[in-house]
Design a protein around this ligand. Structure first.
Ligand SMILES: C[S@@+](CC[C@H](N)C(=O)[O-])C[C@H]1O[C@@H](n2cnc3c(N)ncnc32)[C@H](O)[C@@H]1O
Length: 416
């Protein structure tokens, strides 16, 4: 009889071959830890066979690893140390300090980053276990593909920065928050607020710490600009509105609206966000669509000031807010809505357990816990969404809820 571990290893071998052939056929470099290794492994979902094979390999390698580690090993090796060593790499700018292609001794690196050599060595050597840096000869450090990416990419620096400096710390207080508040009813009832000892929720706290706020906004904006927008273009009939204004509520610097503007030349955009965020916006809009953009400070906790637009677009907004706040945000839009106006929501959504490949399910569940950590909020199923619309007003009618890439697209009509 074939055992589970052999079954998994056979699947891994078969599916890895499919992925390998896809890379070769498309002239893509093979994954490598070396300096010139590719920085991003992405197979577009329309390349279904190769994309499914990659998903299968990621799930099966994880399962095989866990089976061979065994229950005792899994429980005892789960630890925050991966975050700890990466936080140190971020805080001491180790990646940016070590020149790419050079080999520096720990002594030299210690002097340059300003951390004693004993602690630097132990932290870097732990990071090396995750292929972040390598030790080409005893007591020397060199870059790998991953540490090089951290050295050279501002997005990665900001993304790692918010994860290690804010979220890692906040995670340590999530269970306390859950126990204390028994379900967050407002953004300040989060692990983040407990960890940072603040009476404010995450976004309100960022307003009083503009540097941290900019780091978060930069990470989110760059991340958003890397996500393929094709699924969003196709999920909603943007063109059917003809010459129309889209109010991009919480649109940050407008990365998603910029994509929409390029694809749908008849649409104009009013991008709204907190004052410190929108002030960065105009400089980021490419010249070819600039005349169709306006940026406006607006807090979703107040009444919507742009009246009578046909489309109010919320991308990755509601999952940052607990249910009561979502209801209030929707109510705040009502005075601006004319009959037939649409609230278009593009947000990640939860599925029934065990209906997605394990690696995708883990990503979604992790996103759900991230929302809990930062904001006391949650990912939602379509049914959860429907309850929120109903609580805000029975005049909100859900026209469709369609999968759109990693997200769901919800088209909600104001029936007046
Ligand atoms: C996860 S980001 C999504 C940004 C953008 N919609 C996208 O898809 O990339 C959430 C956005 O909500 C904005 N935000 C947070 N609190 C807000 C508030 N009270 N009023 C308006 N925007 C807010 C943040 O500044 C941030 O830009």
């Amino acid at each position: 009889m074939t055992t589970k571990i052999v079954e998994l290893s056979t699947l891994i071998a078969e599916k890895t071959k499919v992925v390998d052939e896809y890379f070769k056929k498309n002239g893509l470099p093979t994954p490598s830890f070396d300096l010139d290794g590719p920085t991003r492994i992405m197979i577009p979902p329309q390349e279904k066979e190769a994309s499914d094979a990659l998903t299968a390999v990621l799930g099966a390698t994880r399962d095989l690893n866990q089976l061979l580690t065994g229950p005792t090993g899994v429980l005892m090796s789960t630890s925050p140390n991966d975050c700890l060593s990466l936080q140190a790499m971020y805080r001491f700018k180790v990646a940016q300090t070590l020149p790419v292609g050079e080999e520096w001794s720990f002594e030299q690196l210690s002097k340059a980053v300003g951390l004693n050599v004993i602690d630097l060595r132990r932290l870097v050597r732990h990071a090396m276990c995750n292929h972040i840096f390598r030790e080409p000869k005893p007591d020397y450090v060199a870059h790998t593909a991953t540490s090089k990416l951290l050295a050279e990419s501002e997005l990665m620096q900001n993304f790692v920065g918010i994860t290690m400096e804010e979220k890692f710390r906040a995670s340590g207080r999530v269970v306390d928050a859950v126990q204390k508040y028994d379900g967050a009813h407002s953004p300040e009832q989060s692990g983040f607020s407990l960890a940072f000892d603040t009476p404010k929720g995450f976004y309100a706290e960022m307003e009083v710490h503009p540097e941290r706020g900019r780091r978060f906004a930069s990470a989110m904006n760059t991340f958003a600009s890397l996500i393929p927008l094709e699924p969003l273009f196709n999920a909603f009939d943007w063109a059917s509105f003809g010459k129309a204004t889209v109010v991009d509520v919480g649109g940050a610097w407008g990365p998603v609206s910029i994509g929409l503007a390029k694809r749908f030349p008849d649409l104009n955009f009013i991008v709204q966000d907190l004052p410190g965020v929108v002030e960065e916006g105009p400089a980021k809009v490419p010249a070819d669509v600039k005349d169709r953009f306006q940026f406006m400070p607006y807090s979703i906790l107040d009444e919507q000031p742009v009246k009578g637009a046909p489309i109010y677009f919320f991308r990755a907004i509601f999952h940052n807010w607990p249910d009561e706040s979502c209801v209030q945000i929707l109510k705040n839009q009502i005075p601006a809505l004319k009959k037939g106006a649409r609230i278009v929501i593009d947000d990640s959504t939860l599925h029934e357990p065990n209906t997605l490949p394990p690696s995708v399910e883990k990503r979604r569940r992790s996103m759900d816990l991230s929302m809990l950590t930062w904001f006391g909020s949650r990912e939602r199923t379509v049914e959860d969404w429907e309850k929120i619309f109903k609580a805000a007003s029975p005049s909100f009618q859900l026209r469709h809820a369609k999968p759109a890439g990693m997200n769901y697209n919800l088209d909600v009509e104001w029936t007046g």
